[in-house]
Design a protein around this ligand. Structure first.
Ligand SMILES: Nc1ncnc2c1ncn2[C@@H]1O[C@H](COP(=O)(O)OP(=O)(O)OP(=O)(O)O)[C@@H](O)[C@H]1O
Ligand SMILES: [Mg+2]
Length: 256
């Protein structure tokens, strides 16, 4: 199963990606986390790695070379890829947790991120997972990834919604775009302080025909770990992510 985690900037996509990945590892699954956010660089820290992987973009000769290759039909020569096909500096791993990064914008005037979008899309389409593997893709904020077709290779879109009007409006927009691509969208409520807020947010989403599959509390442990650049594990949010993962896995089993 390939899951993309998307939503408004700062809603908690990277935090949820990390919590789900750590839960999956604790269940003995192999997890490939794909960092598809070309702006933020801190996901490796959240996942507990010392250093980031070398972006896949570099494996293909950097952005300039990739741009040239994009003029031809195929960027990645292989028709299928598995985690084993990605060499070490580009895939880092620890106890079943694997991380790859597509590419990062690092310099002023280096041009747009389109080559990275193409690479994300092609990589995810070609990625084949083993029996006990899942992939979790930490998307960039907003909706541009849909426009770039990055979600074409995804089985499941997880939408992170925080208690704000902007987040609800974006959720409705994403639901509409994903429906146009025949992709089911499920929402996870994040940073929830009370049942009242959860209820209000859930009913707002219901009127927009968006199903809520989990509620992650506002957890000081997550806040502190994010502040200090530590990995996320233990505590209420981690337990909530465990339930969400359980739901996703059992639904996946039912549809097989
Ligand atoms: N469940 C939670 N409980 C407490 N704080 C949280 C929770 N989830 C996220 N946060 C806070 O929100 C901040 C943003 O979270 P995160 O980086 O995961 O968001 P994001 O959606 O990935 O942001 P971006 O769009 O910039 O990539 C974190 O630094 C943390 O302080
Ligand atoms: Mg993020």
């Amino acid at each position: 199963m390939k899951i993309s985690v998307c939503g408004k900037g700062g809603s908690g996509k990277s935090a949820l990606t990390t919590l789900l990945a750590n839960q999956a590892v604790s269940r003995g699954l192999g997890v490939l986390v794909v960092d598809s956010d070309e702006s933020n660089s801190g996901l490796f820290k959240m996942l507990g790695f010392e250093n980031p992987p070398v972006p896949l973009m570099e494996l293909l000769g950097g952005k300039k070379k990739l741009k040239e290759k994009m003029r031809h039909t195929n960027i990645l020569a292989e028709s299928h890829l598995s985690s084993k096909d990605i060499p070490p500096p580009h895939l880092i791993s620890r106890n079943g947790l694997m991380l790859v990064s597509i590419g990062k914008i690092l310099q002023a005037l280096e041009g747009c991120a389109c080559p990275m979008g193409v690479l994300s899309r092609e990589f995810l389409k070609k990625l084949r997972l083993g029996e006990n593997e899942i992939a979790i893709v930490d998307m960039e904020a907003g909706v541009e990834h849909f426009g770039r077709g990055i979600d074409e290779g995804i089985d499941r879109v997880l939408l992170v919604v925080e208690p704000s009007f902007e987040s609800i409006v974006l959720a409705a927009k994403i639901k509409g775009i994903a429906a146009g691509m025949n992709r089911a969208v499920s929402a996870v409520l994040n940073k929830i302080d009370s049942e009242k807020i959860a209820h209000k947010l859930e009913s707002e989403l219901k009127t927009r025909d968006i199903e809520v599959i989990g509620i992650v509390p506002n957890d000081p442990l997550v806040f502190e770990a994010c502040l200090e650049g530590r990995t996320l594990g233990g505590g209420e949010a981690f337990n909530a992510a465990g339930k969400i993962l359980g739901n996703l896995l059992s639904e996946n089993r039912d549809t097989d």
